[in-house]
Design a binder for this molecule. Structure first.
Ligand SMILES: *[C@@H]1O[C@H](CO)[C@@H](O)[C@H](O)[C@H]1NC(C)=O
Length: 489
């Protein structure tokens, strides 16, 4: 018996008390399938013949034309019709990480998961085709948000925004490089030519991001703020990109870059957060794998940071720096809470897998957390999303007996093109937005922002912080559901 086993046990007991003992039998495989299908509903551009979500049609077929480039395709970020490059790249990185770590657990969904990644990377390749330039947004967010329109009808301003040497954006360029590098791993065996193209582009985009440093929120402030303003700075994305490039290429220069820049790029900052803006916890967990696999002791400090990140979110361990709702859901202020739930749970799960392989536990002060404990917390969060919560409802559209009916999503809430072929203009959509009726089109698999800090959920379109789905809520969830679909109990 390990000397710490009694502590593990104590922690388990605390934990079971903290969360209501859930003995639910969720259909994780079904939820997994739906979580990937959701991405088809967010597609922009010309839809392919194998599109399964049939109420959507082609949209935004001239994106980029005002700048003389082809920027069709990609994903709408959430319930609106803007293509925001920063969260789109993060979504793609997280989908790729889900596939890389849970490849064997995806089962029959493997092919669909690859398609979801590729819909992102095909667009990112277009956005980075011109050297030292990244197209980072299509659509004027103010003009878009002023209308309630189907993407198929869109007549709002499709302004094109870019960064270049004189208007840098190391945050969005770094995240784009990370996405391309991560996806190159996904396609390495399946499509070596495409994989090579992705890695080659990732190298170039990272070079540009690093050489011309700056925040895109400064260069393009009025376009990207307050929507996806990089409040956290661009330093984390540079390290994050280097970490993915190192993983994808195994080139020494990236490891040296990480070691050389660890302090100046503040690897240990704001550890208990992970999302489209803040990559610190993700960087530390990702790089820790190298350390735990015994491949690099020079990177030990990243594992120490990852350990403190884990301790900071485990209830009953130290002073948790993360709040939990009375029903046991991770809760962070600021809206779209489920993005924190899925991304932090994803890190718990992958770190627990890295720890298990290395036969390691996390030291948290006087206590110690075993990998199984991390996994249990991640599973509790997923089960909460699927229905084990005080509202007794699933927060994934189309999963379970009760789920959100009035999600804040233009396409889902307006009649489909098939049902209503005539155009519905900007303000003509308002009556659908304000209607108390359920949405006519099921955006299957969409996970919404979720309940407030007292586990209550209004299921009302105007409450966008609770009722809006986003691509970066679902992306890490794909990995979580893949794992739990293959590992019951
Ligand atoms: C959560 O929503 C419920 C129902 O709308 C409300 O009564 C409660 O005050 C809200 N809690 C917080 C913390 O906002």
């Amino acid at each position: 018996m390990a000397p710490n086993s009694r502590l593990f046990l104590a922690v388990f007991v605390t934990f079971s008390l903290f969360f209501s003992p859930a003995f639910s039998a969720h259909d994780y495989a079904n939820a997994l399938k739906k979580s990937i299908l959701f991405f088809e509903g967010q597609r922009s551009g010309k839809l392919p013949p194998d599109q399964r979500l049939r109420w959507r049609r082609d949209s935004a077929l001239h994106d980029g034309s005002t700048a003389g480039v082809d920027l069709t395709g990609g994903y709408y970020d959430a319930g609106d019709n803007v293509k925001f490059g920063f969260p789109m790249a993060f979504t793609t990185t997280m989908l790729a990480w889900s596939v890389i770590d849970m490849k064997r657990n995806l089962g029959s969904e493997y092919g669909n998961a690859l398609k979801a990644v590729k819909w992102g990377t095909d667009y990112l390749l277009k956005a980075t085709a011109k050297p030292n330039t990244v197209y980072v947004q299509v659509g004027d967010a103010f003009s878009d948000h002023n209308c309630w329109e189907r993407p198929e009808d869109m007549d709002t301003l499709r302004s094109v925004y870019k960064i270049d040497r004189d208007h840098p954006g190391s945050d969005v360029a770094g995240e784009t490089a990370a996405a391309l590098a991560a996806a190159s791993i996904v396609f390495r065996a399946r499509d070596p030519g495409y994989s090579h193209l992705l890695l080659d582009r990732a190298v170039k985009v990272f070079e540009f991001a690093d050489r011309h440093r700056g925040a895109y929120s400064s260069s393009l402030h009025s376009a990207v703020c307050p929507f996806y303003c990089d409040n956290n700075g661009y330093q984390d994305e540079l390290l994050w990109a280097a970490a993915w490039l190192h993983k994808a290429s195994r080139r020494r220069e990236y490891r040296e870059y990480i070691i050389r820049n660890e302090v100046v790029l503040r690897a240990g900052d704001t550890i208990n957060e992970f999302g489209w803006d803040n990559k610190h916890a993700g960087i530390n967990v990702l790089i820790s794998k190298e350390v735990l696999m015994g491949k690099s002791n020079e990177l030990k400090s990243f594992q120490i940071n990852a350990d403190s990140f884990i301790c900071s979110i485990l209830p009953g361990i130290s002073h948790p720096q993360v709040q939990y709702s009375p029903g046991g859901l991770i809760f962070k202020a600021g809206g779209s809470n489920m993005q924190h739930v899925t991304s932090l749970s994803f890190l718990l799960l992958v770190y627990s897998n890295y720890l298990s392989h290395a036969n390691h536990a996390v030291p948290c002060g006087q206590k110690s957390a075993a990998p199984a404990l991390l996994k249990r917390l991640a599973k509790h969060q997923v089960d909460y999303i699927l229905g084990d919560n005080p509202m007794r409802m699933s927060y994934m559209v189309g999963y379970g007996a009760r789920y959100p009916q009035r999600i804040h999503h233009r396409g889902s809430s307006l009649p489909s093109v098939r049902a209503h072929p005539a155009r519905i203009g900007c303000k003509a959509g308002s009556r659908y937005f304000l209607s108390p009726n359920p949405n006519p089109n099921l955006l299957v698999g969409a996970v919404v922002g979720g309940p407030n800090s007292s586990d209550a959920f209004p299921d009302s379109r105007p409450f966008f912080q609770e009722s809006e789905p986003t691509t970066y809520i679902n992306a890490p969830l794909v990995g979580l559901l893949a794992y739990f679909s293959a590992h019951h109990n």
